[in-house]
Design a binder for this molecule. Structure first.
Ligand SMILES: *[C@@H]1O[C@H](CO)[C@@H](O)[C@H](O)[C@H]1NC(C)=O
Ligand SMILES: *[C@@H]1O[C@H](CO)[C@@H](O)[C@H](O)[C@H]1NC(C)=O
Ligand SMILES: *[C@@H]1O[C@H](CO)[C@@H](O)[C@H](O)[C@H]1NC(C)=O
Ligand SMILES: *[C@@H]1O[C@H](CO)[C@@H](O)[C@H](O)[C@H]1NC(C)=O
Ligand SMILES: *[C@@H]1O[C@H](CO)[C@@H](O)[C@H](O)[C@H]1NC(C)=O
Length: 274
C-alpha cells in the first residue's frame, strides 16, 4: 500500500479576485473527457499548460488522505485551480473528468489526449499525446513521468472496512505519489481528471438520498494506530471535523468551510455534471 501521511501539493500561485458569486445562476458543466470534442480538449490542455508555466507557490503540507478532509479539500482545490485557469489563462471551457472504469489500463493517447504511461526505457517520461515532454517547474525543472500500475490499491481496497476509506485511498494512477517520499501528484494533469471523477462519485452518492446531500462526518487525524482504531474511525480520528471546519489552503486560494462545498450547485462551486 502506498500510505503517505503528508502531501506536498503543487499549488498554483494565483492572484484571485472575488470568486464567489452571490448566486449560482449559470453553473458550469463537467463532462467525461471522451465526450468533449477536439476543440474543447485542446482548450483544457492549453489552459493546463498555461497555468503550469505560471509562477507557483508550492507546499501545502497537510493530512488530507484518510481523513474527513479528503473529499471537501479536493473539491475546493480543483475548483480553485479551475478558477485560476479561467482568470489567468482565459479558459472558458468545460472542466472534464476521467471515468477510469471505462478504460483504466489504456487511457487516450492521441495528440488531443493526455498521453500514455511513459516509456519504461526513458525513465517513464511521457512520450506521446498532448503532454509529451510536458515540462514542470516544481520542485525543479523536469519532464513529466507517468508510471502506471493497474489497480495498485486492489489489496488495500479489499481490506478496507468501509467504502469511504476505500475512496480516500484512491490515488491517481501514477507513481507520482506512490514511491517513497513526497511526490507531487498535482503535477500530472491526470490528477485533476481523476479528482473530478472522485467528486462525481461523491456527488452521485449525495444525490441518492436527500439525507446524504448534507451529510458529513470525519476526523482530522489518520487512524492508522491499529485495525480496531481504523475500523472505528475509517474517515479520520478525533479531533473531529464538522461543517464549520476550514478547508486547508495555506492562504494560496480563498478559504471556505467544509459546509460551503457540500452543495456543488450552490454559489461557492456552481457546477453540474453531465
Ligand atoms: C463510469 O462509466 C460507467 C460505464 O459507462 C458507468 O456505469 C458509471 O456510472 C460511470 N461512473 C460515473 C461516476 O459516472
Ligand atoms: C436515506 O438515508 C437515511 C439515513 O441513512 C436512511 O434512514 C433512509 O432509509 C434512506 N432512505 C432511502 C430511500 O434510502
Ligand atoms: C488501538 O489504538 C487505540 C487508540 O490509539 C488504543 O486505545 C488501543 O489500546 C489500541 N489497541 C491495541 C490493541 O493496540
Ligand atoms: C465544530 O468543531 C469546532 C472545533 O472542534 C467546534 O468548536 C464547533 O463547536 C463545532 N461546531 C459544530 C456545529 O459542531
Ligand atoms: C444546492 O444549491 C442549489 C442552488 O442554490 C439549491 O437549489 C439546492 O436546493 C441546494 N441543495 C441542497 C441539498 O441544499
Amino acid at each position: 500500500m502506498c500510505s503517505v501521511s503528508t502531501f506536498s501539493y503543487l499549488l498554483f500561485y494565483a492572484l484571485f479576485t472575488v470568486l464567489i458569486n452571490a448566486q449560482c445562476t449559470n453553473p458550469t458543466i463537467r463532462r467525461e473527457w471522451r465526450t468533449l470534442d477536439r476543440d474543447e480538449r485542446a482548450a483544457w490542455i492549453s489552459a493546463v499548460k498555461c497555468l503550469a508555466a505560471s509562477p507557483n507557490n508550492p507546499d501545502l503540507v497537510a493530512t488530507i488522505h484518510q481523513t474527513g478532509m479528503f473529499l471537501p479539500f479536493h473539491r475546493w482545490f480543483v475548483h480553485s485551480v479551475e478558477k485560476a485557469m479561467v482568470e489567468k489563462c482565459g479558459f472558458s471551457g468545460r472542466f472534464p473528468y476521467w471515468n477510469w472504469t471505462i478504460d483504466a489500463p489504456d487511457f487516450y493517447e492521441s495528440s488531443y489526449g493526455v498521453g500514455g504511461w511513459g516509456d519504461p526505457d526513458k525513465d517513464y517520461k511521457v512520450q506521446d499525446g498532448a503532454f509529451a515532454r510536458f515540462a514542470l517547474k516544481y520542485p525543479s525543472y523536469h519532464p513529466m513521468h507517468h508510471q502506471y500500475t493497474a489497480q495498485p490499491f486492489a489489496a488495500f481496497a479489499a481490506s478496507s472496512p468501509t467504502f469511504a476509506q476505500d475512496l480516500a485511498g484512491t490515488r491517481p494512477a501514477t507513481t507520482e505519489d506512490c514511491i517513497p517520499g513526497n511526490k507531487w501528484s498535482p503535477n500530472s494533469p491526470l490528477f485533476f481528471l481523476h479528482h473530478v471523477m472522485i467528486g462525481k462519485i461523491w456527488s452521485d452518492w449525495q444525490n441518492l438520498n436527500e439525507t446524504s446531500t448534507t451529510a458529513f462526518a470525519g476526523g482530522s487525524v489518520q487512524a492508522f494506530d491499529n485495525t480496531t482504531y481504523l475500523a472505528e474511525y475509517p474517515t479520520g480520528a478525533p479531533p473531529m471535523l464538522n461543517t464549520s471546519s476550514d478547508i486547508y489552503t495555506h492562504n494560496m486560494f480563498p478559504g471556505v468551510t467544509i459546509g460551503d462545498v457540500l452543495n456543488h450547485t450552490a454559489r461557492y462551486l456552481c457546477y453540474v455534471y453531465e
